[in-house]
Design a protein around this ligand. Structure first.
Ligand code: HPA
Length: 257
């Protein structure tokens, strides 16, 4: 991933990234972010090339990576992408595996979410008016379909459905919490898909997620979760993930242009 030199090209697809892209994005020259009616976004939107595809990239944990999941200003981040007129958003997530068939390094396109977070500003109601919108399918089917086909085209095996359990963080879960998530039907666990997905729906921006499994969730591996194993999983697999995201962004950009 590199900073784009063709600044004149309008942003088409927005990409939200966090832990996975941090090492690359931390080297990016940052500009001052512009404020929103909801406060400051995590960072200024970056005009980046992922593979051959120019995207509007939002670093949800800030540049450098310092904002914890519960402290992210999700509304400002989504509003910034909305103001940039992105036609769709692809959100990348590093997650822990709960389901038995998921292993470190696997790529998963989730189709459902259970939200365990609390106290996060999860709606634009104050600005857009009260709206009890349908959220039965939290991820847009067209974005999902392009993420799945891009993964297959680039030769990566991909899990095409999964329920994402979104926890509050910043601490990892207890083993009992993960057992409960498993009973609830969660296949993987992360900390940032909510309220991102719901805010994108309020703004009518097609939104899809792509997850990289970076550890076995609490109590499901050989011992405590180690940051070293997470960093290693990211280092080994982020190029694959970005390749898929770049392809999907290109296809979606052509489709939605
Ligand atoms: N739990 C919550 N969030 C995560 C995990 C996890 O095990 N791994 C990466 N993000």
């Amino acid at each position: 991933m590199k900073q784009s030199d063709h600044n004149e090209i309008p942003f088409l697809i927005g990409v939200l990234g966090g832990t996975i892209t941090t090492e690359d994005t931390d080297r990016i020259k940052t500009e001052d972010s512009s404020t929103t009616p909801f406060g400051e976004p995590s960072a200024a939107l970056q005009n980046l090339d992922i593979g051959q595809t120019n995207v509007a990239f939002m670093a949800r944990h800030g540049l450098p990576h310092a904002i914890a999941p519960h402290d992210i200003n999700y509304r400002a981040n989504l509003w910034t992408l909305y103001e940039a007129s992105v036609s769709a958003i692809i959100a990348m997530y590093a997650v822990g595996a709960i389901a038995n068939d998921l292993a470190i390094g696997d790529i998963v396109i989730p189709d459902q979410i259970i939200d365990y977070t609390w106290g996060r500003e999860g709606s634009f109601n104050a600005k857009l008016g009260l709206n009890h919108f349908d959220f039965s399918e939290p991820f847009n089917p067209v974005v999902r379909q392009h993420l799945v086909s891009s993964a297959k085209e680039s030769g990566h095996s991909v899990h095409t459905t999964a329920t994402y359990g979104c926890t509050q963080g910043p601490r990892l879960e207890t083993s009992a919490e993960i057992e409960r998530l498993k009973r609830d039907g969660c296949d993987l666990v992360g900390m940032t898909a909510m309220p991102e997905a719901a805010l994108a729906r309020e703004l009518n921006i097609p939104f899809g997620g792509i997850c990289l499994i970076v550890n076995a969730a609490a109590g499901r591996g050989d011992g405590p979760i180690r940051h070293q194993e997470i960093s290693l999983a990211i280092a080994r697999n982020s190029a694959n993930l970005l390749d898929i995201v770049g392809r999907a962004a290109r296809e979606l950009g052509d489709l939605l242009r």
